[in-house]
Write a protein that binds this ligand. Sequence first.
Ligand code: ADP
Length: 193
Amino acid sequence: MRIILLGPPGAGKGTQAVRLVERLGIPQLSTGDMLRSAVSAGTPIGLQAKALMDRGDLVPDEVVVGIIADRIREPDAVGGFILDGFPRTVAQAEAFDAMLAKNGSKLDAVVELKVDQEALVDRIVKRAKEAEARGEPVRKDDNPEVFKTRLDAYRTQTAPLSEYYVAHGMLRPVDGMRSVDEVTEAIRNVLGR
Ligand code: ADP
């Protein structure tokens, strides 16, 4: 299955992606994780992305489209994948559709986690505190100030994707305000597996 997880930062995409990986046996492709690795490794892409990510802005479309084009060709992704954090703009979605068409494959579903915007800042503050308590480094963009920029980027650049995927008959909305297990169950229902 080829699945896109859509939803604002803090919606729980990462949490649900991990569960989907276990259940469906396909990899999670997170552009956020890939970009953070590039930043840590100090690659040219990482150097280009770092400042943008630190302030909560999006990395240029051509950069992430290039990363994903390479990643979906790797053997573990040939049978399917769960995209988390990509596409984030309509231009990325269009480039991705073209990529799939070229490979002779297609998308199965776009699962949108619907959450109240007010709940998101609380969730992100909680996530940062939990990471700290575990002795893990806190993401530089997980603070309320930068988070607002990320939410703005979502509202202006990513939210229009819902319409795009409705028009393509792909959108499967799920209530993301319920418990983690209930959301997992709702996703299972909309995917039919
Ligand atoms: P979130 O927790 O908001 O889902 P991610 O871990 O997916 O965040 O991404 C963190 C940052 O990486 C984003 O704020 C953005 O700067 C960059 N990024 C990740 N994916 C993309 C993408 N598809 N297009 C542009 N920028 C991206």
